[in-house]
Ligand binder design. Structure first.
Ligand SMILES: [Fe+2]
Length: 134
């Protein structure tokens, strides 16, 4: 049974979906069940994926700086190449899912207007190494 906010991926076509209304017995794509993505939490090797909150002294989104959080993927920035990049970063609170969609050639960073104390989870999706969370 699907649960709210779960992410699923089709191993055949690479389709990724997020559950916005739970309760389906299964998700099917390309005529086979989709795999539920589990967020990894420990970096291995030289590439870093676990999202971190970095200082944000100059908020560029125009909000009150006190409630603006900047998230970066990896202590050392993750590559943002055409076939290997961070597709999105999400912040989950009790009643919101905030998603920043990223593109190759940009930095693996995003700003969110959210109180740090309200954050339940931060997660990101790498096109090669899948889901990571903090
Ligand atoms: Fe990666």
């Amino acid at each position: 049974m699907t649960k709210l906010r779960e992410l699923y991926r089709c191993e055949i076509c690479g389709n990724v979906v997020e559950i916005a209304h739970e309760g389906a017995p299964a998700l099917v794509c390309c005529e086979q069940p989709m795999n539920k993505l589990e967020g990894k939490t420990e970096d291995e090797g030289h590439e870093k994926h676990v999202p971190i909150i970095v200082e944000n002294p100059e908020c560029s989104c125009g909000c009150d700086e006190d409630i603006c959080v900047k998230v970066q993927v990896g202590g050392t920035e993750h590559p943002m190449e055409d076939k290997h990049y961070i597709k999105f970063i999400e912040i989950l609170t009790a009643d919101k899912v905030l998603r920043a969609e990223l593109k190759p050639g940009t930095r693996p960073r995003a700003e969110f207007c959210v109180n740090k104390e309200d954050i339940i989870e931060i997660r990101e999706f790498c096109t090669v190494h899948m889901l990571w969370k903090k």
